[in-house]
Design a protein around this ligand. Structure first.
Ligand SMILES: [Fe+2]
Ligand SMILES: [Fe+2]
Length: 249
């Protein structure tokens, strides 16, 4: 079996190729909010054996070598920070602004039709979703109005060899820490929803609207996962690295 550096961060393995990322996630290792942990810690916390994880990583790496055409469509590690922030806003933030109101509306319809048999479960899930929506809507504003514009300005200044613009939060690491904390909360809310819906298993007596609600909640989970993966594992570390390399902090 090929040796791997167990002290490397989970994100380094996940970013190497999508198959390794998938393999880690299928083992229960969180590559999204947990991307900044050394692999050895993530394996221990997930209650796994390092030999099992090493075997899966090697297997996924071999599969990826056999299919080089599968490489990520866009290598965000190579894009400018401006391109990456634009991509996040135009795809993931835009998606949330469409799906959040649609899910809220679906909840009302489904609770009206199925409240008698599934009211307790549906109201629990709705309440978790409402909390998630409220926090993430405010989160998007903070990213779009404060953090991302600063990262863009920083990227332009660095490319021009100019000093970094002043940051009223001191260091870019401060708002990033807050954003990552809010990502953790969102991850916990999505896990709670998944658990309360028994992994989105539809009850027997449901209708297409009920199925549509579950489909949207799963689409929300998948997209937020991808969104947080890009921010926690690529955008934020690169922004902090850029700040550090400028000698500002
Ligand atoms: Fe975001
Ligand atoms: Fe975010």
């Amino acid at each position: 079996m090929k040796k791997i550096n167990e002290g490397k961060l989970v994100r380094d393995f996940a970013l190497a190729n999508p198959r390794i990322r998938k393999a880690l996630e299928s083992l229960g290792i969180d590559t999204c909010c947990g991307g900044g942990k050394p692999l050895v810690d993530a394996v221990r916390e997930a209650g796994l054996e390092m030999d099992t994880v090493r075997a899966r990583i090697n297997e996924a790496a071999m599969e990826a070598e056999a299919k080089p055409e599968e490489k990520q469509k866009r290598d965000w590690l190579q894009a400018s920070l401006t391109e990456l922030t634009d991509h996040i806003e135009n795809t993931h933030h835009a998606f949330l602004r469409v799906i959040f109101p649609r899910i809220s509306e679906r909840f009302w319809k489904v609770i009206k039709a199925h409240g008698e048999n599934h009211g307790d479960m549906l109201r629990d899930v709705q309440s978790t979703f409402d909390g998630l929506r409220e926090e993430i809507e405010a989160h998007l504003m903070k990213e779009e109005q404060i953090l991302f514009p600063y990262i863009r300005e920083m990227s332009i200044a660095l490319a021009a060899g100019k000093p970094l613009p002043p940051m009223h939060c001191g260091s870019v690491a401060n708002p990033i820490r807050q954003m990552m904390h809010e990502h953790d909360n969102a991850g916990a809310a999505l896990s709670a929803i998944r658990k309360r819906t028994s992994d989105y298993e539809l009850p027997d007596d449901t209708c297409p609207t009920f199925a549509g609600l579950y489909k949207d909640l799963q689409a929300l989970e998948a997209d937020l996962h991808e969104h947080v993966f890009l921010e926690n594992n690529i955008l934020f570390p690169r922004a902090e690295e850029a700040e550090n390399s400028s000698g500002k902090v």
